[in-house]
Design a protein around this ligand. Sequence first.
Ligand code: CP3
Length: 361
Amino acid sequence: MYPANPAAETVPDGSRFIRACLRQPVDRTPVWFLRQAGRYMQEYRDVRKHHTLMEICKQPDLASEVTITAAEKLGVDAAIIFADLLLPLEAMGLDFEFQAGEGPVVHHPVRTADDVRALHTDRAAELVYVARAIEKVAAHFHNRLGIIGFCGAPYTLASYMIEGGGSRNYIHTKRMMYSEPGAWRLLLDKIATVLEDYCRMQVEAGADVIQIFDSWVGSLALADYRAYAFEASQRLVRAVQQMGVPVIYFGVETAGLLGEMASTGADVIGLDWRQPLDESWRAVGHSHAVQGNLDPITLFAPLEILEQRVHEILRAANGRPGHIFNLGHGIVPTTPVENVQAVVRMVREFRLEANPEKAHG
Ligand code: CP3
């Protein structure tokens, strides 16, 4: 299903991450970080002094600069394009803004079947600024790094549309899901349609991998995930794979959902930090790669503890092809940058042979 890679044996830096997504052997574990470009980094704060978050997202010069600066400063194996999960809402006809300290606010949330019917599905082209930014990042790195495009998963985006922002209990979302299954299905279907076009633009612009963020899927019981969210995610995963790139499917608090999330066919499953990596990988199944699973707040611990945790994760992965080192969720704003850089060093320098357990054969 994937294009043949003639350079596979030599493992140039840029393909280490992509090879790991496909569970091919690599010279060392690739590493990158969720929200690696963000407020914890001075360079990002400097750009933010002069521009809003939406301005950065919509100006390819700025979005590409922020993406490149973060990846180079950290020395990671992949760069995730600077954008936001909620951008497709605008193309579907919903206005929103980021309010300081409160996160995103959608002005007229989707609450009725008529609201669902009014959403546009033919305007993904408005998001072309993300593709332009990816082109600039790809031109800069010339295959030296993997380039990650992304979008939200249908369930997680639906929850923002219906709640009007972040939520604790997802009452409006689940009420629509349970009481208006026709409207719910139409909503997820419309979102998946837009995301397919959006992902295609990103792949055509040079994204090597697409990450689908189902950040709030952990709010669902397994039976409800199966009944109300799985199908739209699976459809999107398959559509993106047909475009010729691997898919990372990410969520948090998903210990009970991992096997089912893997059934979407995603190449890589994101793991949070609440279970040891080897246990989660067994639940996912070894025919998929995994990404994770350091607690982002470990980045505030003394270096010895941080190193212990990093090594525990690498030992739990045990050299099995298909592990990408990452956090279980995004870097938070006050994180010390030097500790993030220290983790990159620890991952680069780690050698399984020096440790008691035998490498996976
Ligand atoms: O390196 C990167 O990861 C940057 C690109 C990126 C951003 N948002 C920029 C951003 C990515 C991958 C996202 C994804 C995103 N956006 C998610 C999924 C990831 C996750 O954490 O599970 C979600 C849920 C969103 C929606 C969103 N955007 C929220 C909840 C917030 C937080 C609001 C706050 O003030 O903390 C945002 C804002 C946002 N998007 C920031 C960044 C760097 C915060 C910084 C700012 O205001 O400049």
